[in-house]
Design a protein around this ligand. Structure first.
Ligand code: GDP
Length: 320
């Protein structure tokens, strides 16, 4: 389809066309991605979105919270896009959640768009092209973009290249042992939410809240002058959501007034340009048969793994 036609259809709110555009962004073919970029450029100018990453261990309640937050944002008049982890690739304590219908309440809103991404094709749960998809969603006019990730690995910090604010979910109890959440993601969190502060787990949640508060006070904030708020509430019952929305908005305001907003986005784009150039240069390098052969030769000559990779890199480069 012609770039202008696709842009027109996406702008008119056709969901199938938006889904198609995102598929182009995620394509392995550079040609598809350039076409998607051309469409995004035609759509640009809709405004600036708040990009929010939502991370936490499996079962913490990320999708439940995203749905509640998303609905509240729609009710407030926002256009909300969600990049969710594909249910078919999720596991909680060994139980597959694939058959569970998710975010059905949010999906009913005409101003919401929920896109599942397969975590199989991801780096630590974040799709490699997440940042590009987020950029397109912003160009299309979504002003709240929620990106779900499973916060269990160090590479989760990759999501920071796609979002302005990172919301980390924790479970009631055992706040002192970080519950399998890796330090990297804790250090990167801008807002912390202890979920399931309801029913039998309510008092445990408040204990965890105090423990997290104490732990985070010792930590140097990622953004100067921002003390990470530690909130407790119930994604399921909706309690505490107003405070959470307030904390997210306050973080955005803090980034904007300190100039960090623009600075952070610039740094993210720089990182992505570097990654794109690295990929393209590497592909181009390998496309030359003599180069591919020199890589193979260097690896073959060091079959026993006794040669440090650093030397192999020098060897490949010097054979050019
Ligand atoms: P995710 O794996 O982090 O996305 O977690 P889910 O949103 O799928 O929730 C995992 C389980 O916890 C589900 O059974 C939810 O119904 C439940 N859950 C989610 N939020 C809450 C909450 O606020 N309170 C309670 N009691 N249960 C919740």
């Amino acid at each position: 389809m012609d770039v202008h036609e696709l842009a027109r259809r996406v702008a008119s709110g056709e969901r199938a066309s938006l889904a198609r555009l995102i598929t182009l962004v995620e394509s392995r073919r550079a040609q598809d991605r350039r076409q998607a970029a051309a469409v995004a450029q035609l759509l640009r100018g809709a405004g600036v979105a708040h990009r929010i990453g939502i991370s936490g261990p499996p079962g913490a309640g990320k999708s439940t919270l995203i749905e509640s937050l998303g609905v509240a944002m729609c009710e407030a008049g926002h256009r909300v896009a969600v990049l969710a982890v594909d249910p078919s690739s999720r596991r909680t304590g060994g139980a597959l959640l694939g058959d569970q219908a998710r975010m059905t309440r949010l999906s009913q809103w005409p101003s919401a768009f929920v896109r599942p991404t397969a975590s199989g094709a991801t780096l630590g749960g974040v799709h490699l092209r997440t940042a590009d998809v987020v950029e397109v969603l912003e160009a299309v006019g979504f002003d709240r973009i929620l990106v779900e990730t499973v916060g269990v690995g160090q590479s989760e910090v990759e999501v920071l290249h796609a979002v302005d604010t990172l919301l980390l979910l924790a479970l009631p109890g055992s706040g002192d042992e970080l519950q399998g959440i890796k330090r990297g993601i804790v250090e990167a969190a801008d807002v912390l939410w202890v979920n399931k502060a309801d029913g039998a787990t309510a008092s445990l949640a408040h204990v965890a809240q105090r423990q997290w508060l104490a732990a985070l006070q010792l930590q140097r904030p990622r953004v100067a002058g921002w003390q990470v708020p530690v909130l407790a509430g119930s994604a399921r019952e909706g309690t505490g959501l107003t405070d959470l929305l307030g904390a997210l908005a306050a973080h955005r305001a803090h980034l904007e007034t300190t100039g960090t907003w623009k600075e952070q986005r610039r740094a993210q784009r720089r990182h992505r340009v570097a990654a794109g150039v690295r990929d393209a240069v590497w592909s181009r390098f390998l496309a030359e048969p003599t180069h591919a052969a020199s890589v193979d030769a260097a690896l073959a000559a060091s079959e026993d793994e006794s040669v440090p990779v650093e030397f192999l890199v020098s060897e490949v480069l010097s054979s050019d």
